[in-house]
Design a protein around this ligand. Structure first.
Ligand code: ADP
Length: 461
């Protein structure tokens, strides 16, 4: 038997299990809409947390003045200032700095971490000058993007549920992270205050909305994934006693936790079982950048064990979880050379596989199968959100231009993924309606978005 013949059934089964026919996609979109409703009805009513952001005034373009943003969501924090000039002048100037957070701080105390952040802010604020100007008698206001699970309590307070992404800081869980930052700023004598605490998807929506009034949804597709959208207050039964002038609130879906009706394979189940959060974040594990490479690695491992396509023995490297990364899949899928040379060299250098041409072709098919499923399911999720909004406001979503703002390294860098996502949206909505739905890349909008939310929630207006 030739190697290609012996692994062919593995590829065929994979393609069958990952198939995202129109009925499958449409079932996923319906289930997303239904889970959203259940999560809006009651806390704990659904896989989807549907967290209220308390952001009910979106940027209008009229914002004026100097505002700061602070972004903490990973191993770096970013500080940014922006001078806003209103409708005509818009963004007059921006400046930002990035500071890395040491391993020591990630495992330290809450005071140590927030003191470090406050001192970074202080140093940055000291360099203010040039086009940046604060009216006298005002404190500098900050939009704080904090991308860890938070129970939001108001626009400017929220309790940390737990640290994630490798942070193990003691003494923050259960506390208001804005109070933690404010106390650190006070210890330093730094006169700044947080006017808005926002999730990164919410910042992205606000940043995109500043330029385009039709933005209704924001989606992040990077290492992980999440989505938020503009909801009507009267469609949020669980919201009690919070009236807003606009009648609208941004809802953070935390859609990574969705799991209904997804076409999953034995490789997904095994990856989930071996993960640090088994049974959780199933949608995220199927569509986001952290996992696509790992799913492919598991398929290649199976092919190497069962067939002789890649030679007789299993390379040690190939057994190493997460060694094959999504950017590697992307690079292999861009290979247009006749002998798939890049595919061959990535397979050899990253996972230690020797490959002939037919093996390389099969690997490209495996990558395409996993990436196609991911992109198409992400598209179905987006349609689910739009469908839910349209059901509550007939004609106001599908009957006019509606923009979905996208950000994140996966969406930005993976052309095939982007195309599959768009294809699914078009198939689900049909050509006519899909002309009204514009999926737009909004790069790094979340920083400016947070500063804009500090402006629209300013204590001085
Ligand atoms: P994060 O989500 O970690 O905050 P990004 O939005 O920049 O940051 O996303 C980074 C992720 O994007 C990576 O983990 C990877 O999965 C994906 N990614 C980055 N570069 C590429 C690439 N060239 N091709 C495909 N995916 C990429």
């Amino acid at each position: 038997r030739s190697g290609a013949v012996s692994v062919a059934p593995i590829l065929t089964n994979l393609q069958k299990d990952c198939a995202t026919s129109l009925p499958v996609l449409s079932h996923v979109a319906d289930a997303m809409a239904a889970d959203m409703r259940a999560g809006l009805a009651a806390d704990g009513g659904s896989n989807l947390k549907m967290i209220l952001s308390y952001v009910d005034s979106l940027p209008s373009g009229n914002e004026k003045g100097l505002f700061y943003a602070l972004d903490l969501g990973g191993t770096n924090f970013r500080v940014l200032r922006v001078q806003l000039g209103g409708k005509e002048e818009r963004v007059i100037a921006t400046e930002f700095e990035q500071v890395s957070i040491s391993q020591e701080l990630m495992f330290g105390t809450s005071e140590q971490l927030f003191d470090f952040i406050a001192s970074g802010l202080a140093k940055f604020a000291q360099k203010e000058g040039g086009k940046f100007h604060l009216p006298s008698g005002r404190m500098r206001e900050i939009g704080f993007t904090f991308s860890f699970p938070v129970k939001q309590l108001s626009i400017d307070s929220g309790m940390l549920i737990k640290w994630t992404k490798g942070f193990a800081v003691s003494g923050t869980a259960g506390k208001d992270v804005v109070a933690c930052l404010n106390e650190a700023m006070e210890r330093l004598g730094l006169e700044m205050r947080v006017s808005a605490l926002v999730n990164d998807t919410v910042g992205t929506l606000a940043g995109a909305r500043y330029w385009d009034d039709d933005v209704m949804v924001a989606v992040i597709l990077g290492t992980g994934t999440n989505a938020c959208y503009v909801e009507r207050n009267d469609a949020i039964p669980k919201q009690t006693g919070h009236a807003s002038a606009s009648g609208r609130t941004i809802v953070n879906t935390e859609w990574g936790a969705f799991s209904n009706g997804l076409p999953l394979t034995v490789y997904d189940r095994e990856m989930d079982a071996a993960s640090i959060n088994p049974g959780e974040q199933i949608f995220e594990k199927t569509i986001s950048g952290m996992y696509l490479g790992e799913i492919v690695r598991r398929v290649l491992l199976k092919m190497t064990e069962e067939g002789d396509l890649f030679g007789k023995s299993v390379p040690v490297k190939l057994s190493n979880p997460f060694i094959l990364r999504t950017p590697d899949l992307c690079a292999m899928q861009q290979d247009s050379s006749a002998d798939l040379q890049t595919v061959g060299s990535i397979l050899y250098s990253v996972v230690g596989l020797e490959s002939n041409f037919s093996a390389r072709r099969i690997v490209v098919d495996v990558c395409d199968t996993i990436v196609k499923r991911g992109g198409r399911l992400a598209g179905a999720g987006i349609v689910g959100i739009l469908q839910k909004m349209e059901e509550d406001s007939r004609g106001l979503i599908f009957g006019k231009r509606t923009v979905v703002a996208m950000d994140g390294g996966l969406y930005e860098n993976y052309p095939q993924y982007r195309r599959y996502l768009q294809d699914a949206v078009t198939e689900l909505l049909g050509t006519e309606i899909s002309k009204n739905v514009v999926i737009e890349h909004s790069k790094d909008g979340s920083g400016i978005g947070a500063a804009l939310l500090a402006a629209s929630n300013s204590k001085y207006e």
